[in-house]
Structure formats: C-alpha cells, structure tokens
Write a protein that binds this ligand. Structure first.
Ligand SMILES: [Fe+2]
Length: 293
C-alpha cells in the first residue's frame, strides 16, 4: 500500500459497490413497493465507505481529467505491450494478490470463474458466459504499474459536468476540470445525444479490455465489458442526454450483466482444474490463440 494505492487491492472497491448496492430483493420481497427499495438504496448510498476506499475515490475524482484520459488512451490503446491468449491473461491477472489476507481471499481466476459459472447456471448464451469470464481482465493494468484509481472505480464521462449522482461527488472539486468553461457544462465537449461511442469515459479496466476484445464479440458483450463500471449510467440513470437510442437499447444488457458482477462472489471455491476444459473450448470458439494487449 502507498499513497497512490490506498486500498488493499482493486477488489476492495467492488466490496464497496456491493455495500452501496445491496443484493436485489428476494422473490418473496418482490411484491413490496418500489418506494421501500429506493429508500433502502438511498441509505446505503449515503453511508460512509471505509477510509481506504474513500481515499481511493478522492484520488480517482481528483486525477481523472480530460488530459489524463487522453494520455492514457495514447499510452495503452495502441495495444503494443504484449501478445497473449485469454487464458494466459487470466493466469497473468492471477498474480495480482490482495494485500489484506492472501490466504483466505479467492484468487482472481476463481472470481472470474464464479461470475461465469453463475451466468452459465442461469442458462444464458455462450457469449454471455464468456463475457462473465473475461470482463475484469483489464485489471492487468495494475500489473503494468497503474495506480488503483486509474484501473477500477465507478466510471463516468470526462469533458462534461460530473453528475451529482456519482459517489463522493464533492471530491470533484479537486479535479482541475471542475471549473473549466466548457467541461463544466452539461454536455461539455459533446453534442447532446451524441452516443457513448463518442464520449470519453474516465480511464480504467473497462475501456482497456473493450479495445482488446471488441472485434471478437457481439455488441451486447462489448457494451457489458465497456460499461460494467459505469454505475452512474446503468444504476443511477445519469447522463441520459449523451445516450443514443442504441445505447439505451444495449444498456439493458449492461444491467442484465450487473448482478453477476456484484453478487456472484462467494467463499465457495470453484474447481479450476475441472472447469478448465469447458472454458478453454469456449475461449477458442470466439478468440484467436493470441490477442494484442
Ligand atoms: Fe470490473
């Protein structure tokens, strides 16, 4: 841990997400009013995150500026760092160990398999299962030396006003774009309804993996990967003025994916060796033996 990396690991942000967005109502409770649900969600939203996570949000909101995102896109989206296959990337990501308690924490591969297995158990198509398996592989940015605040965290558009629905919105006062004459306006550098493909999101593991994998996956999967951390968009319905009709249509899939991301983690260890043949075959069905990272 250091000043740039206040959390024990990137997964601490995800634990904070499941605190902020507690599991959906059970079937039995589903008849109760929406009002109860939103009230409860609101309470959790306002509750304090643990200090390490709060420090992380502060860094993220302070440093994710238009200039920073442009620099990182130039640095990483040429995809000339490394060539490796999907399973190889999973094994690489597995070398990322949480400082808090490495003996009891599940490994990154185990987390990826939990998400994929939960999707598979619900009978979803093969590309959906595969998306669950790979969606967090962009976290290898941590292994390339990037700080936590530039890898994980809720994502949001830069170059326009920061939505007040973003967690710890007040920290954006520290961001040098905060009182920029253009970036501080509602649509900023974008045309209204421009479509998210024309919008620069804060930099992190979603955008990076989207560029690595996009040519091999259907559009629904591309959206799930690219926007799975865009909680202001898919959970808070913010930034609707930038969405195109296509975005609105495909965000149904981002929302369908979200519960598997948030709630599939459990202490039950998946049996990696016995699952491996199924997943290697699934990977080979969509991806070439090597991709550019
Ligand atoms: Fe993620």
């Amino acid at each position: 841990m250091d000043e740039q990396n206040p959390m024990s690991g990137p997964d601490q942000w995800e634990s904070d997400l499941s605190r902020r967005y507690p599991a959906a109502r059970t079937e039995a409770a589903a008849d109760h009013s929406e009002a109860d649900h939103s009230e409860r969600a609101f309470r959790n939203h306002e509750a304090e995150a643990r200090p390490s996570v709060k420090a992380f949000y502060r860094l993220n909101h302070q440093y994710q500026t238009v200039d920073f995102v442009r620099r990182k896109r130039d640095e990483f989206l040429s995809l000339d760092r490394q060539r490796m296959g999907i399973w190889e990337a999973m094994e690489f990501l597995n070398t990322l160990v949480d400082d808090s308690d490495p003996d009891t924490e599940l490994s990154q591969i185990e987390h990826l398999l939990q998400a994929a297995e939960a999707i598979r158990a619900d009978g979803h198509p093969r590309w959906f299962i595969l998306t669950g398996l790979i969606h967090d592989l962009g976290k290898i940015l941590c292994l390339f030396g990037e700080p936590q605040w530039a890898v994980v965290g809720d994502t949001f558009p830069v170059g326009c006003a920061f939505s007040s629905s973003i967690v710890y919105h007040d920290f954006f006062r520290l961001n040098s774009d905060w009182d920029h004459p253009v970036y501080s306006t509602q649509s900023g550098i974008y045309e209204p309804q421009a479509g998210l493909d024309h919008v620069m999101m804060s930099w992190g593991h979603d955008e990076y993996l989207y560029h690595v994998t996009k040519t091999y996956l259907p559009p629904e999967a591309q959206y799930m990967i690219r926007y799975h951390s865009f909680y202001p968009g898919h959970r808070e319905n913010a930034y609707q003025h930038l969405f195109s009709d296509q975005d609105r249509r495909l965000f149904q899939w981002v929302r369908k994916f979200n519960p598997y991301d948030l709630y599939s983690k459990s202490d039950a260890r998946p049996d990696v060796e016995s699952l491996k043949p199924f997943y290697r075959e699934l990977i080979d069905e969509f991806f070439p033996p090597e991709l550019a990272w």
